[in-house]
Design a protein around this ligand. Structure first.
Ligand code: FAD
Length: 486
């Protein structure tokens, strides 16, 4: 990157699904776009590059029946009904207090639900094919579609379009946005970035779309917002290391309202020994989870695995040193194709008897735990691996609510599991036009955010909605930002 100011109609930060959607939609609306990406070209695409990219859809045109309800149910803590009451009004009549409040905003959810189908079809126009593809959940609670080739196919298709119009979209790799430039009235006028050798350049534009992901790749912010236990977690894939929070930080410095749970993140259970991306271990509903002291600490099977694994992963993170072990006996092989739920490339630790396995793991107290668990398993009842079978323990604390069968049959296998950080929840608040709003609920002129940079989630992630929200709000941001062109 050379020094000196460069001028565009729209500057987009990030080459993931949100940034590329914004750049391409702005270009389609007639804008000249500068697209900044911290990574080298061969690693562009952040988290999006590594995801299979499931969308919570029931068809190409409609979101899954539970999408809005689940997002609302996960809207955060104990919301004040007096404050939230006005959210039923048309958005234009909302008090500013509400517009600037961080919570899962119904205006944003409704926009997401309404635009998911049209956005999926827009992406299909670039040659990507969506279908109901296989995933790693053995039991499921909703419907999901994904593009053939995953998120990488989305990146490649949108980037190919961008590269086909080099006069309209200019890509700047190894270029890291650092600070917004605001004019005297507080409107966006561009941003400052650095490239190789820490050389700076100004990118001037009347609108900037921040789509630089979350802060899962920034240990300082993780420690600040998530606390000391963050030392035991790591990004679930290489792309997450590129997301270091500058987009969120620079927007907050410009007065943006925070939104999304800054103290939380989308947690996935992975094998810490594996260097693969997303080495999940999701077979624990058919065994037990024990910590370093050999103790159980959670219900391994309260619901279908897709609906319960995140809460269970948070319980794993809360154990000493943030680690636990999934323990199964040969009964695991009664579960059809259980192997699809385990994506680590490391073999399980295995032994012919529990004593030996406890010695391999170096975990005391395992025998007592297994004996107590086995004694609490029901004597009768039919094991049904692919549905909630109600085989629950009796008189055990914590209980196991389904698939509870004694662990007695060798071989005994164990996998270590830690919490991995798929993406952070904390970001900035946007409105239905993807405009960043300030703490008083006013849109900051020229500033947009999409994808992980825009906070949406609290407590529990509503699964298979993050690529979708990146595409939907990226596309909206690009269209809206193009309207501000010089
Ligand atoms: C393995 C895996 C599986 C997943 N599975 C699913 C799934 O099935 N369904 C789903 O909905 N979600 C899934 N997710 C989450 C989802 O992929 C992401 O949340 C989503 O793709 C994020 O898109 P984004 O554009 O906001 O960010 P990203 O795709 O992470 O893109 C951000 C980009 O910004 C760049 N960048 C960062 N900082 C700067 C800066 N200062 N200047 C310039 N560039 C910068 C990064 O290099 C990166 O290219 C998964 C994630 C992973 C990793």
């Amino acid at each position: 990157m050379s020094s000196g100011a460069l001028e565009f109609d729209v500057v987009t930060v990030g080459c993931g699904i949100a940034g590329l959607s914004a750049a391409v939609s702005a270009q389609q609306a007639g804008a000249r776009v500068g697209l900044l990406e911290r990574a080298p070209k061969e690693e562009r695409g952040g988290n999006t590059r590594y995801t299979e990219s499931f969308w919570r859809m029931k068809s190409r045109d409609e979101v899954a029946d539970d999408l809005e309800q689940q997002l609302a149910a996960n809207a955060g803590g104990y919301l004040d009904p007096e404050i939230i009451r006005d959210a039923d009004l048309p958005y234009s009549e909302w008090p500013q207090l509400l517009k600037g409040l961080g919570f899962t905003d119904p205006e944003v959810i409704a926009t997401l639900a309404e635009n998911a189908g049209p956005t999926l079809n827009w992406l299909s126009g670039f040659g990507v094919t969506f279908d109901f593809l296989a995933n790693y959940f053995i039991t499921e609670s909703t419907s999901r579609m994904a593009p053939a080739g995953g998120g990488l196919a989305l990146i490649e298709a949108l980037a190919a379009h961008a590269e086909s119009v080099p006069d309209d979209i200019q890509m700047f790799y190894r270029t890291t946005a650092q600070a917004l430039i605001l004019d005297a009235e507080g409107a966006v006028a561009g941003l400052r970035a650095v490239g190789a050798d820490n050389r700076g350049t100004e990118f001037r534009a009347p609108s900037v779309v921040l789509a630089s992901g979350g802060f899962q790749g920034n240990p300082e912010m993780l420690s600040k917002y998530l606390g000391p236990a963050s030392q035991y977690i790591r990004p679930v894939a290489r792309g997450g290391y590129y997301n270091r929070g500058e987009g969120i930080r620079m927007a907050l410095e410009a007065g943006a309202a925070p939104c999304g749970d800054f103290g939380s993140f989308h947690a996935q259970p992975v094998d810490p020994r594996s260097g693969r991306h997303e080495p999940v271990v999701l077979n624990f509903p058919y065994g037990i989870l024990v910590n370093n002291a050999g103790r159980r600490f959670t219900d391994e099977a309260p619901a279908t695995v897709d609906a319960s694994y995140e809460a269970i992963t948070r319980d794993i993170m809360a154990q000493p040193k943030g680690i636990a072990y999934v323990l199964c006996d040969a009964g695991l092989d009664d579960v059809p194709n259980w192997q699809k739920s385990v994506r680590t490339d490391e073999a399980p630790m295995e032994a012919g008897d529990l004593d030996s396995l406890a010695a391999v793991l170096g975990v005391d107290g395992l025998m007592d735990t297994v004996h107590a668990y086995n004694a609490a398993c029901p004597a009768n009842g039919e094991f049904k691996a692919l549905e909630l079978d109600g085989l629950a323990t009796h008189g055990l604390d914590p209980a196991k609510s389904n698939w509870a069968r004694p662990l007695t049959r060798p071989p005994f296998r164990a996998w270590p599991v830690i919490a991995a950080n798929c993406f952070t929840f904390g970001g900035v608040k946007i409105d239905g036009r993807a405009r960043v709003v300030n703490l008083d609920g006013e849109a900051i002129p020229g500033l947009y955010a999409a994808g992980e940079t825009a906070g949406l989630y609290y407590r529990t992630y509503t699964g298979s909605t993050s690529v979708m929200r990146g595409a939907v709000f990226g596309r909206i941001a690009g269209q809206d930002a193009a309207g501000l062109k010089r």
